[in-house]
Ligand binder design. Structure first.
Ligand SMILES: C[S@@+](CC[C@H](N)C(=O)[O-])C[C@H]1O[C@@H](n2cnc3c(N)ncnc32)[C@H](O)[C@@H]1O
Length: 272
């Protein structure tokens, strides 16, 4: 299948979701908080990214820019990139309204090096980004190409060990292969977006890929990066399964009497 069909189909879905997410009727995105001048980074990345003030950050798959704005408020100079024109338009409008040092570029992640000038101190990628990408090794090369020597990638994502599972017959059960072949993506048809909003989507179809941890890490190593650290978390920033409940830190966990599973991972890698 022509990979442009994957990207075009996904982009239509994201374009449609932007307005729903920006309205934020379910408060999933904490838009009001950001408009009120507050920070909305989740507990995981907030405790791991360190001091970003003075850093040049490339925020890949920035959606409509909320995290980019938070990073800029922490003193970074941020360039966000996303392939959804609707997301980029909304991100630019918000950054203008809130007067923060964040620029936004429309384009595919795989074209990022052509589209963004300069070398970055940090590439920032979080929550629901790499599963939209067919080729994780190529993604790692793009990340490395954006960094200056010694610059670092911060990546926080759902754990590849949990993504093969879904809610099956009222419990967490296996549903997908642990590694999705590039040429045979997972095809989803969804009625609504993941924020809990009731709006029925016209663009229901998406293509996605599960990438094992070893593919992610080996991709980074082959792209000339070295791992600083790798963390695994029994918590996630959204309720992947209906039995997960939110804790005081804003993260979602499996019930205490459920078998505990790794729900998220985060890593920092530096360009050698
Ligand atoms: C779940 S959102 C990521 C949200 C992110 N955590 C943030 O900072 O708000 C996924 C984003 O990836 C973007 N996206 C998906 N595939 C892409 C691609 N190939 N190139 C660029 N952006 C892409 C979508 O448009 C969407 O905005």
């Amino acid at each position: 299948m022509d990979k442009q069909i994957w990207f075009d189909t996904n982009r239509k879905s994201w374009d449609e979701r932007v307005a729903i997410h920006r309205r934020d009727e379910t408060k999933f995105y904490d838009v009001e908080k950001v408009l009120a001048g507050k920070d909305k980074l989740n507990a995981i990345e907030a405790s791991e990214i360190g001091d970003v003030s003075g850093l040049r950050i490339a925020h890949l798959q920035c959606h409509f820019g909320l995290d980019s704005i938070c990073l800029a408020r922490r003193g970074a100079s941020v360039t966000g990139l996303d392939f959804s024109p609707a997301a980029i338009a909304e991100a630019r409008a918000l950054a203008r309204q809130l007067d923060v040092d964040a620029q936004f570029v429309e384009g595919n992640v795989y074209d990022a090096r052509k589209l963004i000038t300069g070398d970055f101190d940090m590439v920032y990628v979080t929550w629901g980004a790499i599963n939209w990408l067919p080729d994780i090794a190529q993604w790692a090369k793009v990340v490395a190409s954006l960094l200056k020597r010694g610059g670092r990638l911060y990546l926080a994502e759902s754990h590849p060990n949990i993504l093969p599972f879904d809610w099956v017959d009222g419990r967490v059960g296996p549903k997908f292969d642990w590694r999705t072949p590039r040429e045979a993506p997972i095809v989803d048809e969804v009625e609504t977006t993941y924020t809990g909003a009731n709006d029925v989507l016209a663009n229901k179809k998406t293509y996605s890929w599960q990438h094992p941890l070893s593919d992610i890490i080996n991709g980074l190593i082959r792209a000339g990066m070295a791992l600083n650290w790798l963390h695994e978390h029994p918590a996630l920033t959204w309720p992947l399964f209906p039995n997960m409940t939110v804790s005081e830190d804003g993260l979602y966990r499996l019930p205490a009497d459920h078998v505990q599973l790794p729900l998220a991972f985060s890593l920092e890698a530096r360009k050698m």
